[in-house]
Design a binder for this molecule. Sequence first.
Ligand code: ZN
Length: 136
Amino acid sequence: MEKIEHIGIAVNSIQSAGSIYEKLLNTTVYKTEKVASENVLTAFLQCGPNKIELLEATSDDSPIAKFIAKKGEGIHHIAFQVNDIHAEMQRLKNEGFVLLSEKPKMGADNKLVCFVHPKGTNGVLVELCESVEETN
Ligand code: ZN
């Protein structure tokens, strides 16, 4: 894996959390994006080589709504940048990790993503992400 690409934080409101993190990091949200497949609204802030991803549920059956109902707002996942997500998924499978999807999905911020089940990673939800070319 290349580096920590971003840390995902589950929030009740992108609008209010966005302004808090803008003050905290002394920067501005550079992108907000809906991810329909996950029923989330995301907002990104850059912090040096890494990013913070704020996640707000857009429906009650969103994974973020379920997370907040169970644990409250807070760190939801850590995302690692990989060069070849298919190879990395295979490597992790061979190591016995449980992946939450068989194939990578299109995530926010022009990334192919796959999640690793937190039960095999000491309670931390891990996201793999590979950058893909912007397609408009
Ligand atoms: Zn993420």
